[in-house]
Design a protein around this ligand. Structure first.
Ligand code: NAD
Length: 486
């Protein structure tokens, strides 16, 4: 059985309290190992180590040396690709194909991309004449913000954690990471990588635990933390912002969504069906950018619903390493219960269940896993729970629409504003829509296609700030202005 220890000041440590919690594999609910929950003492030690590293070797490194270390981290993740893959798959139950093409390569790329981006980071400078006839030059300097708390969710554990740790370290900060209690493995393993490449002690720290009354709360309330970057539910984001208000610490928030897809009758039908299938069901619907509301122009509504049903029914659930597995379980028993409660609500509110709606028939050995069926509903009003609330499961509701104005109003009538995709061959119309939808990310005839140099983040209750490319540097550095008179 495995043990997941905290990683503080370059060393794996247990805890003073002796508190442990279980890490279970969602495919069959089997025990992977025990996690050592960090208490106030471990969080204090991690923050102290992170602060000391800022003042020590790490803080003295030139950008070129930092970049070399980040490149080495990326290379070491790739060298230990299989270890990361096994760890991520055991924690999440996601199919091999997905973890090996998305989670782990992007985990490594997040260090490489930000190492590249930091090399060419520039700041503004202005020359001006002073009232006494002399010259003044002002220029910006970006300095690290300090100790960054990184609080992560469970849906893409390594990918989303490194999406923050990569730029934070590139900018010269140090980090204390609080991975999700459901997925402690890859953050723990990354400690070995840091030591292997010679990362100075205290630059990367990991504290395990939950939110309230545990490591998450202790870390985000810690006065030694200079900034908090968080990905997770909007409700949790609210609690973290309250914690950050004490000491006026800046936050970067990547929060929930209730993303729509808009399918016009003039779309490339097969592209739309294939892409919406992915956006609804990939990673068992547990992608923040995933689609849970689909709006289809009336002339192709019936044909589209029928085609998506066929696709949903090909999403074979199964073990991650089996070749024909298309969908894994959801993350936990608790999340399975939440998703199934929405499946029940849809029935209670009178939905037509086009496909799914329950738990799939699984072989005896997997019966205790956290399985749910890919599910499609039609026939519900815009006020129904499954049309308004984020479910974070493999499901969608499909509604017909007649005009651009109507669909735009429906898509925007939601407190979230993370992502939307528009399918149309009329590129003018698609762009018109993209500019009117209240979201941080809009795809046209595609989904989850990312260039890591571009901005990423949500509007409305889906987030605060943007990460990605140079935008990450806005959060991970403090911009200082220097004015010199000569
Ligand atoms: P969550 O908010 O329940 O938990 C996220 C993290 O916050 C966990 O590590 C948890 O332990 C910690 N936490 C919980 N309460 C806390 C508190 N009071 N103080 C400090 N830390 C606390 O989210 P989740 O269930 O892990 O992830 C799913 C959610 O994440 C969905 O809402 C999804 O949309 C969102 N998400 C958003 C993005 C994005 O980029 N916008 C990406 C992925 C996931």
């Amino acid at each position: 059985m495995k043990e997941f220890l905290n990683f503080i000041n370059g060393e794996y440590v247990r805890n003073a309290s002796g508190k442990i919690f279980e890490n279970r594999n969602p495919v069959d609910n089997s025990l992977i190992g025990n996690v050592f929950e960090a208490g106030q003492a471990e969080v204090d030690a991690a923050v102290v180590a992170a602060r000391a590293a800022l003042k020590g070797d790490w803080g003295r490194l030139a950008i070129g040396e930092r970049v070399k270390l980040l490149d080495a981290v990326a290379n070491e993740i790739n060298r230990r690709f299989d270890d990361f893959l096994q760890a991520e798959i055991a924690d999440t139950g996601k199919p091999y194909d997905l973890a090996s093409h998305v989670d782990i390569p992007r985990g490594a790329a997040n260090f490489q991309v930000f190492a590249d981006t930091i090399k060419s980071m520039s700041t503004e400078s202005f020359n001006m004449r002073t009232p006494d006839g002399k010259t003044a030059l002002s220029y910006g300097v970006r300095v690290p913000r300090g100790v960054i708390a990184v609080v992560c969710p469970w849906n893409l554990p390594l990918l989303l954690m490194t999406w923050k740790v990569g730029p934070a370290l590139a900018c010269g900060n140090t980090v204390v990471v609080k991975p999700s209690e459901d997925t402690p493995a890859t953050a723990t393993l990354l400690g070995e990588v840091m030591n292997a490449v010679g990362m100075p002690k205290g630059v990367y720290n990991v504290v395990h635990g939950f939110g309230p009354g545990s490591a998450g709360e202790f870390l985000t309330k810690h006065p030694g933390v200079n900034g908090i970057t968080f990905t997770g539910e909007t409700r949790t984001g609210t609690a973290i912002m309250q914690a950050a208000a004490v000491g006026v610490r800046p936050v970067s928030m990547e929060l929930g969504g209730k993303n729509a897809a808009i399918v016009f009758a003039d779309c490339d039908f097969q592209t739309a069906v294939d892409t919406v299938t992915r956006s609804c069901f990939e990673n068992a619907g547990q992608v923040c950018l995933g689609t849970e509301r689909v709006y289809v122009e009336r002339p192709i509504f019936d044909k589209f619903v029928a085609a998506l049903k066929v696709k949903a029914e090909t999403m074979k659930p199964g073990l991650p390493f089996e070749k024909d597995t298309k969908i894994g379980p959801v993350i936990s028993k608790e999340h399975q219960k939440k998703v199934l409660s929405y499946y029940q609500k849809a029935k209670d509110q009178g939905a037509t269940v086009v496909t799914g709606g329950g738990v799939p028939e699984m072989p005896e050995a997997l019966k205790d896993g956290c399985w749910v069926q890919p599910t499609i509903w039609t026939g519900l009003p815009e006020t129904a729970a499954v049309v308004t609330d984020e479910i974070f499961g493999p499901c969608c509701h499909i509604s017909p629409f007649d005009t651009e104005e109507e669909v735009l109003a429906k898509v925007n009538n939601n407190p979230y504003g993370l992502a939307t995709s528009v399918y149309s061959q009329d590129i003018g119309r698609a762009n018109r829509m993209a500019q009117s939808i209240e979201v941080g990310l809009c795809w046209i005839n595609s989904w989850f296609l990312r260039d890591l140099r571009t901005s990423f983040g949500g509007s409305k209750q889906s987030g605060i700030g943007r990460e990605g490319g140079v935008h990450s540097f806005e959060f991970y550095t403090d911009l200082r202005n220097v004015m010199v008179k000569f």
